[in-house]
Design a protein around this ligand. Structure first.
Ligand code: SF4
Length: 309
């Protein structure tokens, strides 16, 4: 059962922005799912190889350091266990077990730290990074977080010092944004503190009914992200997890919205629109309405048919 938590920063925003309120304040709709029954559609428990390490794709592994977040998003994919602090923070022994598994699997080249939010536990993050950066097989490190949005003042010296451990590998920060009103002055300042210690900041956005199911909102979000130095990376269809059905946008409407966005946004501001297949088989790009691409012809953004020469 996902607990309720809001930071003082978000509490203020929920009072002026209904789209932010819906993301963090529980509704009784969470108890009313009709068609979704799975708590773990991406089969992460099945692919957990040692506590805190999920190895589903050959060359990369997911590291889950904690079940803690600065605020709990009601649509969280891992709501089955996020906020359950008892299942929470990994120990030094868990980290050593992860190192052992990674060494036994030289095909793992990339580590992806994901939520609960690893940036909310800078001491553990530092300890984990100290162990992982020493492994010559690890070429890339990604850290996912919503902290710059949910509690920007917690992007502090301690966290920056932890991230500075990564020197040899490129460090990509994958930051969660769902609505343009989340890009406040405080969040921009947090991004400015993170920028010098990473290779690149990218964003992930989940498509959410009543939050961002509109061309205007997403246009503003992705345009603003580029302006504040964050490259929009993924736009995900909401995962079909029990308790989140009320957030799922009608698929045809979602495709229509994204088709329109693709016409209006620059390439830099356009994320990859993707569905994470609910049988654990991975991410699949969603074809858009104008993408009637055949071997001998295709349609442009205005629907004009063009022959391939
Ligand atoms: S910050 Fe990430 S892990 Fe935490 S509740 Fe939100 S989506 Fe889930």
């Amino acid at each position: 059962m996902l607990a309720t938590r809001l930071s003082p920063h978000l509490k203020k925003l929920t009072k002026v922005c209904p789209e932010i309120y819906r993301q963090f304040v529980p509704s009784n709709k969470e108890e009313q799912d009709e068609t979704i029954t799975s708590a773990d559609p991406l089969l992460e428990e099945h692919f957990t190889v040692t506590r805190g390490l999920v190895h589903k794709y050959g060359n990369r592994a997911l590291v889950l350091l904690t079940m803690n977040c600065a605020a709990y998003c009601r649509f969280c994919t891992r709501r089955r266990k996020v906020s359950d602090i008892a299942k929470g923070i990994v120990s030094t022994k868990d980290l050593d077990n992860m190192v052992r598994y990674i060494k036994q699997h030289p095909e793992i080249k990339e580590l992806v730290f994901s939520g609960g939010d690893p940036m909310t536990v800078p001491e553990i993050l530092k300890q984990a990074l100290q162990k992982f950066v020493k492994l010559p097989q690890i070429k890339v490190i990604r850290v996912g977080s919503r902290l710059p949005v949910s509690n920007p003042s917690a992007v502090n010296k301690k966290l920056i010092e932890a991230l500075k451990i990564v020197k040899k590998q490129p460090l990509y920060l994958m930051l969660h944004f769902e609505h343009p009103a989340e890009i406040t002055e405080a969040t921009i300042k947090a991004l400015n503190r993170l920028r010098p210690v990473c290779t690149m900041m990218l964003s992930q956005t989940v498509s959410l009914k009543g939050v961002n199911d509109s061309v205007e909102i997403l246009y503003n979000l992705f345009s603003r992200l580029v302006e504040v130095g964050v490259k929009p990376y993924y736009f995900f269809r909401c995962d079909p997890v029990i308790g989140v059905e009320h957030f799922m946008v009608d698929f045809k409407k979602e495709i229509k919205i994204f088709t329109e966005l693709r016409k209006r946004l620059s390439g830099l501001a356009t994320p990859l629109y993707t569905i994470d297949a609910p049988d654990g088989s991975g991410k699949i790009p969603v074809p858009l309405d104008f993408w009637e691409f055949k071997a001998d012809s295709y349609k442009d953004f205005r629907g004009k048919k063009i022959k391939v020469k």
